[in-house]
Design a protein around this ligand. Sequence first.
Ligand SMILES: *Cc1c(COP(=O)(O)O)cnc(C)c1O
Length: 456
Amino acid sequence: MKRKKFLLDENDVPRQWYNIQAEMPNKPMPPLNPATHKPLHADDLAHIFNQECSRQELDQEHAWIDIPDEVRDKYCYYRATPLVRAYALEKALDTKAHIYFKNESTNPLGSHKINSALPQCYYCKQEGDTNVTTETGAGQWGAALSYAAKLYGLEAAVYQVKITMQQKPYRSMIMRTFGATVEGSPSMSTRAGKNIITADPNHPGSLGTAISEAIELATTTPGCKYTLGSVLNHVALHQTVIGLEAEKQMEMAGEYPDEVIACFGGGSNFGGIAFPFMRHVFDGTHKDTKFIAAEPNSCPKLTRGKFEYDFGDEAGYTPLLPMFTLGHDFKPANIHAGGLRYHGAGVIISQLLKDGYLAGMDIPQLESFAAGVLFAQTEGIIPAPESCHAIAATIREAKRANVEGKAPVILFNLSGHGLIDMPSYMSYINGDLANYTVTDDEIEKNLEKVPLTIDK
Ligand SMILES: *Cc1c(COP(=O)(O)O)cnc(C)c1O
């Protein structure tokens, strides 16, 4: 009988994360203080983030970082996750390619984000913090953080974009079920929020307003730390449990991927599955593996952005980060893959992209949903709108292989399920969705506002 699923024992859940910074040929450039343009150190970050994550963020020395036992115990509530051979999808595509996916949708929160929420909350607790705060747009990160905070006995305050909160009430109810306080942003609970509401009483909120409020709360409340669900190096580090497990599981299948594919918002699930395999490019044992990051073509920072120092957030509160960016206040079209509507790429991935270790692939919204529907009808899982981009890229690669008469082994990451995104599928199935493109002019104009250009 052909084997469908490759399952690991709890014993095989990784005991260390892989820190690619220690082994990449060119190290990422340092984050800079926006006022002085001086490189930042871990201490500069530690008044916002917990100390251990601040250290991990800038660690270019240790390739392997121990996963604390208390975090690994909680990982075992839902890990290891299955590696699955997508026979039915292969058949529908009439391809000789072998398609595997790592299924990060099996935990009840529905996405990979819990892999970083757990260690972030654990370190806060260890360091004596009592509260955590964050912003959330689509709501996946807020849900993961709310649950992780509860497990480690922390209070969580989540600022959710007000308009999303009204449009998707289930999302805030998930967070409140886990015991978090959820505020629609802009709110009256912070000075930043009050100022925004005074200027515009009907402000619908944005990730920018929510970030400002969460950072204000963290910096003005003793014992409260800010947390982030993507983009930063330590978040991608925590996500490497995905690729480390997948490596063992591909071995069980007797194969090694020729191509590794994931969707791309800020880069955490892509880094999570790709970095462990990329180390074999660096050490020369599998130097031809191809890495593809699938982004929406309405937010094309990898394929059409520029490598510059830019803010990590719309409002300009964060340090300057060396990143492929569309400009920090780029306003992407309101596509349903909310988790991919981010203007820049994390600094590790930006450096790796610059050095040619991965390629971006931009996917139109309608193609992403067509891929998601085919995946649902073959493999029986309704993917998150974000994950649909990885599936669409996989399908393109399989079709290309058919034309070229090849049979590559393709591994993609299924970052989450779409069961709380059914309004998005409703719009697609009813024919109400459109593609959005960005003109070179719009991108060029928006990049004029980048705070510091990098000499190339
Ligand atoms: C948040 C999210 C993403 C995008 O974030 P990355 O940091 O790029 O991984 C992708 N898929 C799902 C399901 C998400 O919730």
